[in-house]
Design a protein around this ligand. Structure first.
Ligand code: KIV
Ligand code: ZN
Length: 389
């Protein structure tokens, strides 16, 4: 079965989310966790962008054992020198160079011609290759780039020594079918088959994971993502969503990853704490409600057989919370289950009265604590009358 490499950019693109900046020590802690989780590549930062990034990439390079350590670099010698200086002590260093390839990026941002950009790619990828054998080249805004031109840029980068080519949906513009046709076209009309092919998708239209999965189906073997999907604007593809898709639907994708899934929840909590970026309750896999059932019909089904409403086992992702939530929609089955879990003998209580008291409680409350639930149970104890003959 084919293995998809997971390239995590939480410490670079993820950190670019407004308000998500991290200190050097915090970055090192997260990098160690990513390494333990067996992420294939950690993009530790953008060495030339600031001193703190440079130092943290260097420190991360010293402590990480398993993962490749990459630093981002623009297509200029100073950026590439800084990137190499930062990663050179890593067990597996990588320089990641990028340049905009869409007309808008070439003309409005770089103020170059298309031919000039190809020359820059050749010169800068060769320069990076002289320093480091592992060079990733990214076509920024690839999905808004003319496909024939993209093929020319890709071939120039591969001929100059790039070992991974990354196709970017920088502005989250593409949609799954279009993206897979685009990838297919690039694969058939360039030298992509000679190197690792990667995708990097943003979530502006909410399509980041779907686009990434469609590219996997099309044959790419590296995907770029972040923990909790943090990143520029609406964020990047969420790592936990990609690995859960691959694991849960291996029948469809026919591939696997090296990720230790049991570490997912712990690292999600860590990234959320360090960045202060709260994970939405309904976020797949790591959201507070991702595996919870409140509706009576669902609860009754799950209590009979989890398969009725659960497609994944939360424990696999390191999530060990109770998945039954008592709420206004809960029925007798879940309430009895909760009574038993709290250690009460259900036969000593008036269950129907407890159910109606619980429903009453939720007329003006949203959540119930165990203490509040226990108070309701205790107030509905059966009274056994004693008769003496
Ligand atoms: O989304 C993007 O285009 C990027 C590049 C800067 C690599 O993250
Ligand atoms: Zn990005």
């Amino acid at each position: 079965m084919k293995t998809i490499k997971i390239f995590d950019t939480t410490l670079r693109d993820g950190e670019q989310s407004p308000g998500c900046s991290m200190g050097i020590d915090e970055k090192v802690i997260i990098a160690k966790k990513l390494d333990e989780m067996k992420v294939d590549v950690i993009e530790a930062g953008f060495a030339a962008s600031n001193q703190r990034d440079f130092i943290s990439i260097k420190k991360i390079s010293e402590v990480v054992n398993y993962s490749v350590i990459a630093s981002l670099a623009r297509c200029n010698k100073n950026d590439i020198d800084m990137a190499y200086e930062a990663v050179k002590d890593a067990k597996k260093p990588r320089i990641h160079v990028f340049i905009g390839t869409s007309d808008s990026h070439i003309f409005d941002k770089l103020h170059k011609t298309k031919e000039e950009v190809i020359e820059i790619v050749k010169e800068m990828v060769s320069y990076a290759k002289e320093k480091c054998h592992d060079v990733e080249f990214s076509l920024e805004d690839a999905t808004r780039t003319d496909a024939n031109y993209a093929c020319k840029v890709i071939d120039a980068a591969i001929e100059s020594g790039a070992t991974t080519i990354n196709i970017l949906d920088t502005v989250g513009y593409t949609i799954p079918r279009e993206f897979s046709s685009f990838i297919n076209y690039l694969m058939e009309n360039s030298m992509l088959s000679k190197v690792d092919v990667s995708v990097h998708c943003h979530n502006d239209l909410g399509n980041a994971t779907a686009n990434t999965m469609s590219a996997i189906k099309q044959g790419v073997n590296q995907v770029e993502c972040t923990i909790n999907g943090i990143g520029e604007r609406a964020g990047n593809t969420a790592l936990e969503e990609v690995v859960a898709n691959i694991d849960t639907r291996s029948d469809y994708y026919d591939c696997k990853t090296n990720i230790d899934l049991s570490k997912i929840y712990e690292i999600s909590l860590l990234v959320s704490e360090v960045t202060g970026s709260v994970v939405q309750n309904n976020k797949p896999i790591v959201g507070k409600n991702a595996f919870k059932h409140e509706a009576g019909i669902h609860q009754a089904g799950v209590l009979n057989n989890k398969k009725t409403y659960e497609i994944m086992n939360p424990k696999k992702y390191g999530i060990y919370q109770d998945n039954m939530v008592i709420g206004i929609h809960s029925g007798k089955h879940a309430i009895v289950d909760k009574i038993k879990k709290l250690g009460f003998d259900k036969d000593k209580y008036n269950i129907d009265d407890i159910v109606s008291d619980v429903k009453c409680f939720f007329q003006n409350k949203k959540e119930i604590t165990d203490k509040e639930f226990i108070d309701i149970v205790n107030s509905n104890k059966k009274i056994f009358k004693k008769y003496e003959l």
